[in-house]
Design a protein around this ligand. Structure first.
Ligand code: NI
Length: 171
């Protein structure tokens, strides 16, 4: 397991447009593996290469289902809308309310350069949008409707959990 240092907001690398990956070599596979290790160690659900200082179009996402590696990802369709809290490993201790599509389909390549297509809904769709934004130098803090304090986030998550429990009891 090899982790890399996560660069934080204020670092100019987070503002740059990342380059398309052309070589699907061992170096890329090591980068993806290190990014996954770094994400898991930091308890994150996604990480983009610029967040470890590498300006390449590569992201990893795992919202608790399985690890998804996306190279040269592009959102090819988006539907619906969701509004909810979002955070970023490059903006420690902060979160904000961000509106995202409810469902997105992403076309990308895997670590070996083979074409893949994945569709995500809800939190997974949010993670895809957030990570792909990083490849174009964008951070959620630019378009958050409202930034939250830790207390506000805790309260919101508590309310969401109570609402879910309520639904389960009614069902
Ligand atoms: Ni982020």
């Amino acid at each position: 397991m090899a982790t890399r240092k996560i660069v934080e907001i204020g670092d100019e690398k987070l503002r740059k447009h990342a380059k398309k990956v052309e070589k699907f070599d061992l170096r890329l596979r090591i980068l993806l593996k290190d990014m996954a290790d770094t994400m898991y160690k930091a308890d994150g659900v996604g990480l983009a290469a610029p967040q470890v200082g590498i300006l390449k179009r590569a992201v990893v996402v795992d919202v608790g289902e399985s690890l998804i590696e996306l190279v040269n990802p592009e959102i090819v369709s988006a539907e619906g809308e969701q509004s909810g809290p979002e955070g970023c490993l490059s903006v420690p201790g902060r979160s904000g309310i961000v509106v995202r599509p409810e469902r997105v389909t992403v076309r990308a390549q895997n670590a070996h350069g083979e074409p893949i297509e994945v569709t995500g809904e809800g939190f997974l769709a949010r993670a895809f949008c957030h990570e792909i934004d990083h490849l174009d130098g964008h951070m959620y803090t630019e378009f958050a409707e409202k930034m939250l304090t830790q207390e506000e986030l805790d309260e919101l998550l508590k309310q969401e959990q109570e609402a879910e429990e309520g639904e389960e009891t009614e069902a």
